[in-house]
Design a binder for this molecule. Structure first.
Ligand SMILES: Nc1ncnc2c1ncn2[C@@H]1O[C@H](COP(=O)(O)OP(=O)(O)OP(=O)(O)O)[C@@H](O)[C@H]1O
Ligand SMILES: [Mg+2]
Length: 247
């Protein structure tokens, strides 16, 4: 099996606090992996390492076959193009239309011509299921679900190999939540090479769309396995989490 992310005994300390206490995980390429865990477990801290935004105190971190702890800042900037990122609130530029939001990374990181940009943006708009009429609207004129689609289109603009979602559905209504989860699933399945890594509190959706689930507890991965196995786990902490979040 090929791996998108490999952590070997990854440790992160902030001052005297050891937040990641030796993470060992190998996230398969081309699959959907969700990271679950109680608040404060270290989930966001972990994925910040994947992006090279934080450097581990010790341990090894290999992303797409490359030891990223050895990269210089300028190399990291280039390396980050391999990632797409979708945040909780989509984080669109408020004063830019859908078109300009999606075109932004293309203008920033490529030398594409205006005609090429238009072609790429139009195709992304189609891929994420936005209607044409949304193209020249501002984020404030779009529904929450449509804004997520714009955010996803922007995250996909540079054809990333890995897409990271940090709590993509937190704070959304049930219908929009389902739409976003379907969108994550469809995006992964229509791009067989794409690796999707999700941080989520939405256990029901996680069980439905993930291929693999990792459970992070107090800075340690206490379970990492295919979803079908995860459902049957007998680990008391995870059972407690599942019971607390079942509805
Ligand atoms: N830059 C930092 N400096 C010091 N401590 C930090 C820093 N970043 C995170 N922490 C601490 O690391 C711990 C884990 O935080 P993290 O944000 O990774 O948790 P999380 O699992 O993402 O939680 P949540 O589900 O609430 O988002 C917390 O105790 C937090 O206070
Ligand atoms: Mg977090």
């Amino acid at each position: 099996m090929e791996y998108a992310v490999e952590c070997e005994n990854l440790i992160k300390e902030f001052g005297h606090d050891r937040i990641l206490k030796g993470i060992n995980i190998k996230i398969p390429k081309g699959k959907i992996t969700t990271i679950l865990g109680f608040s404060g477990a270290g989930k966001s801290t972990l994925i910040k390492h994947f992006l090279g935004l934080l450097k581990p105190t010790s341990g090894k971190l290999t992303i797409l076959g490359e030891d990223i702890t050895k990269l210089k800042d300028i190399e990291l900037r280039d390396f980050r193009k391999k990632f797409g990122m979708l945040f909780q609130y989509a984080a669109l530029f408020d004063s830019m239309t859908t078109f300009e939001n999606i075109a932004f990374p293309l203008r920033e990181f490529t030398k594409m011509s205006e005609a090429e940009i238009k072609e790429r943006v139009d195709s992304l708009i189609k891929d994420v299921g936005l209607v044409k009429e949304s193209t020249y609207k501002l984020p404030s004129e779009l529904s929450g679900g449509m804004r997520k689609r714009v955010g996803l289109a922007r995250a996909l603009a540079l054809k990333p190999e890995i897409i990271l979602y940090d709590e993509p559905t937190t704070g959304l209504d049930p219908i929009t939540t389902k739409m976003v989860n379907d969108l994550i699933y469809d995006t992964n399945h229509s791009n067989p090479e794409l690796t999707s890594i999700i941080i989520s509190h939405d256990i029901q959706a996680t069980l439905k769309i993930s291929d693999y689930i990792a459970f992070l507890d107090k800075g340690v991965v206490i379970e990492f396995c295919p979803t079908a196995e995860f459902k049957k786990t007998t680990h008391p902490t995870i059972r407690k989490f599942l019971d607390l979040t079942a509805h």
